[in-house]
Design a protein around this ligand. Structure first.
Ligand code: NAG
Ligand code: NAG
Ligand code: NAG
Ligand code: NAG
Length: 303
């Protein structure tokens, strides 16, 4: 009877100790952009100051696709131990040491990749032991759209407009003419990059006209995200007037400049000759090349 009561008492003490040491997660879901940095946090009680040598912290990733566990970070007796760190996190994952003193085990992952998405588990042993899980979602928006235009060879009017961008998941690409979706039929293709992003290129053939503008739109249904880029055709397609400026006026000006400078050069040499002949008797020979002097030489011949 007595031993039973002791057992009960012991058990409740053990429960109390375990209950005292609990981990909390301020956030259970993190949604971040591809290539950015994420801080995932588990908090634990450090009342009365942190005894570093009693602390063990482990962060693992439980991959959503393969249910494989990867060790990302380990702190044993207050010292980091990266012997078992998964290669895919090498150089990208760290535990923010200063935060440990505040009772926060913050795992910082930089250059977030698509394959980082999944469930993460922090296990902390500090007197007691507890673990919690958080999940990481990675988005790759088609934010940076590269555009270019190409004139179809042997055709004065046909122009192809292209848009290219990288992201995830695969978007729908459509085109707008003057802001309207008017039965344009672009050709869109994609490849996969080494990082698992879709590299999407879309091309639209048009007959350019100054009254129409065009834009390509990347629509990511899953993220409900829309990015677009407008083509400034006026800048890229010279009008007939601009074209005639380029084809005729510019060359004519160039010829005029070249021939007039040739004439000036010729005249200068001639007057220089005449002037120096006149100056033969002069004692002071000043800057003979200066046009001013040549003029003064001709206007006020030495007496
Ligand atoms: C992560 O935490 C570090 C240190 O507190 C801070 O410098 C950094 O800006 C944080 N990064 C993000 C994405 O919150
Ligand atoms: C680091 O962890 C590995 C595997 O758990 C262990 O074999 C090794 O002794 C640890 N190293 C140190 C310095 O604690
Ligand atoms: C493109 O066309 C739309 C519809 O006509 C117009 O609202 C928009 O201002 C135009 N954009 C430019 C840059 O001309
Ligand atoms: C994406 O595709 C474009 C055009 O096909 C190509 O020029 C570019 O190098 C590709 N980028 C990557 C990262 O694969």
């Amino acid at each position: 009877m007595f031993t039973f009561q002791v057992l009960l008492l012991l058990e409740s003490i053990v429960h109390l100790v375990i209950a005292l040491f609990t981990i909390q997660v301020p956030r259970s879901v993190y949604v971040v952009q591809y290539d950015s940095t994420v801080n995932m946090t588990c908090t634990f009680p450090v009342a009365g100051g942190l005894r570093m040598k009693d602390l063990k912290v482990y962060w693992h990733q439980i991959s959503s696709s393969q249910m494989v566990e990867k060790e990302i970070y380990a702190v044993d007796s207050g010292k980091e131990n990266l012997t078992l760190q998964d290669v895919s996190y090498r150089g990208r994952a760290t535990l923010l040491k200063d935060e440990l003193y505040k009772g926060q085990a913050v795992l910082e992952i930089s250059n977030v990749k698509l394959t980082d998405a999944g469930t993460y588990r922090c296990l902390i042993i500090y007197g007691g032991a507890d673990y919690k899980q958080v999940s990481l979602q990675v988005q790759a928006s088609f934010t940076k759209i590269t555009t270019w235009t190409e004139r179809t060879p042997f055709s004065a009017t046909d122009v192809s407009l292209s848009c290219q961008s990288e992201g995830f998941p695969l978007p729908e690409v459509f085109w707008l003419s003057n802001g309207l979706n008017s039965n344009l039929s672009p050709s869109t293709s994609h490849t996969m990059t080494a990082d698992g992003l879709y590299n999407v290129t879309s091309t639209l053939q048009i007959k350019p006209s100054s009254s129409q503008n065009y834009s390509c739109v990347f629509w990511n249904r899953e993220l409900e995200e829309r990015t677009m880029k407008l083509f400034h055709l006026a800048d890229e397609e010279p009008s007939d007037l601009q074209r005639s400026v380029l084809l005729f006026i510019v060359p004519i000006c160039l010829i005029a400049i070249i021939s007039s400078s040739a004439v000036v050069f010729f005249l200068k040499r001639k007057s220089l000759c005449a002037c120096s002949k006149k100056k033969m008797n002069q004692e002071t020979v000043t800057d003979a090349v200066s046009t001013k002097h040549e003029e003064s030489c001709q206007l006020n011949p030495p007496t």
